[in-house]
Design a protein around this ligand. Structure first.
Ligand code: THU
Length: 137
């Protein structure tokens, strides 16, 4: 479970990352903040492209930075959007790759002002996700 202080820091980081979103086509800004096993907070935002299909979601952007920084385990993902949206299916699957079964991944969606809209677990958002041999959570 996240402490209230850590949850607050993650929410603030996701809201700040949202302000860096490059989303001139959808105008739907998304910020994500991940908590790694060693306590780091790593952020990402959506980056759109004129060739729409090349756009990247905030959550996956954050996951790739997290892995690039040497982490292999994500304990929480906070997403900030205008309407408190939750991670899309593709992002849920990518997040699941770095799920730590000993520390189930918390997913929190918030508004741009940091109000919590939904607090849940990745295992509840992605039942029976793909994994060789099956996902264990
Ligand atoms: N988007 C995200 O960043 N994360 C999601 O989980 C869903 C959608 C982005 C992609 C695109 O830039 C914009 O939101 C509208 O779909």
């Amino acid at each position: 479970m996240l402490s209230p202080d850590l949850e607050k820091s993650l929410i603030e980081a996701a809201c700040n990352a949202r302000l860096n979103a490059y989303a001139p086509y959808s105008n739907y800004l998304v910020g994500a903040a991940l908590l790694t096993a060693d306590g780091q907070i790593i952020t990402g935002c959506n980056v759109e492209n004129a060739s729409y299909g090349l756009s990247m979601c905030a959550e996956r952007s954050a996951v790739f930075s997290t892995i690039g920084a040497g982490n292999r385990s994500v304990h929480a993902c906070v997403v900030a959007t205008a309407d408190g949206g939750t991670p899309c299916g593709a992002c849920r699957q990518v997040l699941s790759e770095f799920h730590d079964d000993a520390n189930p991944m918390q997913i929190i969606s918030v508004t741009p002002g940091g109000a919590v809209v939904m607090k849940t677990w990745l295992r509840d958002l992605l039942p029976n996700g793909f994994g060789f041999g099956g996902r264990t959570f």
